[in-house]
Design a protein around this ligand. Structure first.
Ligand code: BGC
Length: 458
């Protein structure tokens, strides 16, 4: 099975790459808006006089908005389609970013961050769904993971913007407001790309669906437009119940367990304690604030580099191998952080160990669980329930994200820093066992073939 680069070299038309790049702008904003607040908060705190609770609300209102956004977009991706849902989310990004940048009070800022959350939750769900529905099977892993790559780039850009605007007049306002630019590009860009053929078939607009598939597969010698359309048609014909309750049917439950298991594990291994609190963790190793923020940029770069590696490898070595190896690396990184903070001698003799462990951790997440979760939930569910199932997993992921973000600092106080890292280590052991036993390989098959195999298995 050819990898991403060779598939591109073999002459895939530029349309599919352009679609993935535009749709992934939603992912970039997801990364930017979640990453930017760590630095901006330092200035907001002073400027708007935000106390601890107000600060927590400023950070977490976005996560609550994202839970709602994921729920709403599950409905709208079916009703008005993936494309219009993304146009609207781009517009909300613009309004939310400008509103937050011009906020004159804490409640106003919290309100606009919650609004931004709606767009973030929507993007996190509709971008991978839309891309995976447009991509040819053999490079679907790479293209869909463009979105996760964009998330990591967004986080890195946020860290760099924080760094660049520190101390500049209206610092935090610039940091938050700049996101309006890619937001506008997303809204306008989505007007120039086609509808998802799977959505068109569901709407009974088959000739349009055929046109889109023909355009998408131009120059692709392996493509068989008739077969692809027939697969989509027969998957869409499988009617029956399509609401949340349908997910508990004996046929679908095993798929939901895999999707939700990945969703919760992705957050409960503690990824966002690193993304949101890396400077805090690093300053606990004795670095001053400047040094800690500088090293945080390393964390951002490593995340991007290893996600690029994942994009190149997912369709070559498969999802499972990367997921299992990555989770093993996460486990080792977390255990090393626990040991670092537990044993005082280590802190003195090997001060570099904390950064090394953090980098191992983030590299392992970047190559495995980061992209594989979003990719898999866009692959394993049959068309009639795809919206509701993906939305359920995405909601679970954001809710777990919220839970980890609001408990991390208190957990450190309650069970100490090493205790907290060992807790996350324990969770990654469970996650590894779960992935080993339950998560199937989906590389190189059409979405319809995957679901046939998985339901047959259940
Ligand atoms: C996760 C986010 C996380 C990001 C880090 C995403 O896949 O869903 O919660 O912040 O990866 O790269």
């Amino acid at each position: 099975m050819p990898g991403f680069l060779s598939a591109v070299r073999e002459g895939h038309n530029g349309l599919i790459l352009r679609i993935a790049a535009i749709a992934a702008l939603g992912g970039m904003l997801f990364g930017y808006d979640t990453g930017v607040i760590s630095g901006a908060l330092l200035y907001i705190k002073k400027d708007l006089g935000a106390g601890t609770v107000a600060q927590e609300l400023i950070v977490s209102s976005l996560l609550v908005g994202a839970v709602l956004g994921a729920a709403l977009s599950g409905w709208s991706a079916r009703r008005i389609g993936r494309r219009w849902t993304k146009v609207i989310s781009g517009t909300v990004y613009v309004v939310g970013s400008l509103g937050a940048a011009f906020a004159v009070s804490v409640p106003m800022l919290i309100g606009f961050r919650a609004l931004l959350g709606l767009a973030v939750g929507t993007a996190s769900f509709v971008s991978p769904m839309y891309i995976s529905e447009m991509a040819p099977p053999r490079i679907r892993g790479a293209l869909t993971s463009f979105n996760q790559l964009a998330v990591t780039i967004g986080i890195l850009v946020a860290y760099l913007v924080n760094f660049a605007f520190s101390g500049v007049a209206h610092d935090w306002r610039w940091m938050l407001g700049l996101a309006a630019v890619p937001g506008a590009a997303l809204a306008v860009g989505m007007l120039t790309v086609p509808y998802s053929p799977r959505w068109l078939v569901q709407e009974g607009r088959e000739s349009q669906a055929r046109d889109v598939i023909e355009r998408l597969r131009e120059n692709d010698e392996e493509a068989d437009v008739d077969a692809e359309l027939e697969d989509i048609r027969s998957a869409a014909r499988e009617t029956g119940r399509t609401g949340v309750r349908a997910l508990w049917s004996p046929k679908l439950k095993p798929l939901l367990v895999v999707g939700l298991g990945l969703a919760l594990a992705q957050q409960f291994v503690g990824i966002n304690t690193v993304i949101y609190y890396a400077p805090t963790i690093l300053s606990a190793t004795g670095l001053d604030a400047g040094g800690a923020i500088g090293q945080t940029v390393f964390v951002g770069v490593t995340n991007v580099v290893f996600t690029i590696a994942a994009v190149l490898l997912l369709d070559r070595v498969g999802r499972r191998a990367l997921l299992l190896t990555g989770t093993a690396g996460i486990l080792v990184g977390l255990a090393a952080l626990g040991v670092f903070f537990l044993v005082p001698g280590v802190q003195q003799q090997a001060p570099w160990l904390a950064l090394a462990a953090l980098l191992l951790y983030i590299a392992s997440f970047g190559i495995g669980l980061g992209p594989v979760f979003w990719l898999m939930i866009s692959e394993i569910f049959p068309l009639p329930v795809r919206n509701v199932a993906m939305a359920t997993c995405t909601i679970g992921n954001w809710a777990a994200n919220f839970l980890v973000a609001v408990t991390f600092l208190s957990l450190v106080e309650l069970i100490s820093r090493p205790g907290t890292f060992f807790l996350y280590t324990g969770i990654s052991v469970l996650a590894l066992l779960f992935f080993w036993r339950k998560v199937p390989e989906t590389k190189g098959r059409s979405l319809e073939q995957i679901q046939e195999q998985l339901s047959g298995r259940s």
